[in-house]
Design a binder for this molecule. Structure first.
Ligand code: IMP
Ligand code: MG
Length: 192
């Protein structure tokens, strides 16, 4: 970096890289290929969970070589804290009914599993043709309820991660990699 260049948040946000941009890219390519095979002739409709899944959705759909549609649902389960309240609130409902579609719910991370469990229940009650989950990350040690994700990017240890759509207090979503804080005290973690 020369003296004239501004400090780069993206290149030096004070995090250790857990999963690189290249690793994410490769894995999403593989997931897209598998989804392309599995959804031939179906009515593929991806529903992404805002806001964390928006970056993953954007990359994933460009690796699915099929006609498809997308929708978004807004959920809040975390405030500025890293502890899941276990309460799930819909902050933005679907634009279109998923009835009769082959729904793929796209989520950034499975932590306790409470959010996806809740969403699977409400989508199933809307008479979809089929329903599966594509999650970029999974933290098995944190599960309180088991959800069956057909398409899973990476299994990670019990760490609070940010980047690639995932935030801490709404920040870090723009990082192209998944990172963890160098100083764990920087993100006060109060796990239930
Ligand atoms: P769950 O309901 O506990 O499975 O988690 C739901 C949501 O919590 C995820 O969609 C994320 O938005 C958020 N979350 C869980 N773990 C992390 C993390 O390590 N970093 C950032 N957000 C997380
Ligand atoms: Mg989320």
């Amino acid at each position: 970096m020369t003296a004239n260049q501004p400090a780069s948040f993206i290149h030096d946000p004070g995090l250790e890289v857990l999963i690189t941009e290249a690793q994410i890219h490769t894995r999403i390519g593989e997931m897209g290929e598998q989804i392309t095979k599995d959804y031939q002739g179906k009515n593929l409709h991806l529903i992404a969970v805002l806001k964390g899944a928006c970056v993953f959705l954007s990359d994933l759909i460009r690796h699915i070589d099929l006609p498809l549609t997308i929708d978004f649902i807004g959920i809040s389960s975390y405030g500025a804290s890293t502890k899941s309240s276990g309460e799930v609130k819909i902050t933005k409902d679907l634009d279109k009914s998923p009835t009769g579609k082959d729904v793929l719910v796209v989520e950034d991370i499975i932590d306790t599993g409470l959010t996806l469990n809740y969403l699977m229940n409400i989508f199933q009650s809307r008479e979809v043709n089929s329903i599966n989950i594509a999650a970029l990350l999974d933290k098995p040690e944190r599960h309180e309820i088991e959800v069956d994700a057909q398409y899973l990017g990476f299994t990670i240890p019990n760490l609070f991660v940010v980047g690639y759509g995932l935030d801490f207090a709404e920040r870090y979503r723009n990082l192209p990699f998944i990172g963890v804080p160098k100083d764990p005290d920087a993100f006060v973690q109060s796990k239930g």
